[in-house]
Design a protein. Structure first.
Length: 79
């Protein structure tokens, strides 16, 4: 299973830092994903981001946060 997780980490890794204008949205995805609304995405589109950019950044942050939580749980269970 760790091979699959390593592959997921590599595939989902960001290709570079997120644009500054997208950081508040990505923090919301990371900490309160349940509260993301169409209005959040619409604001990013209005700021000039494409749907592909928004999707890629969203997935990257969501997967990274999921893996961070999985790693934390694994450490607790192993300890």
């Amino acid at each position: 299973m760790s091979g699959s997780l390593d592959e997921l980490r590599a595939v989902a890794a960001p290709r570079g830092p997120a644009p500054d204008a997208m950081r508040p949205y990505l923090e919301k995805v990371r900490t309160r994903a349940f509260s993301v609304t169409d209005a959040d995405v619409d604001a990013l589109k209005a700021a000039g981001f494409s749907e592909d950019e928004i999707f890629e950044q969203t997935v990257s942050v969501a997967v990274a946060e999921g893996l961070r939580r999985l790693d934390a749980a694994s450490r607790i269970l192993a300890g």
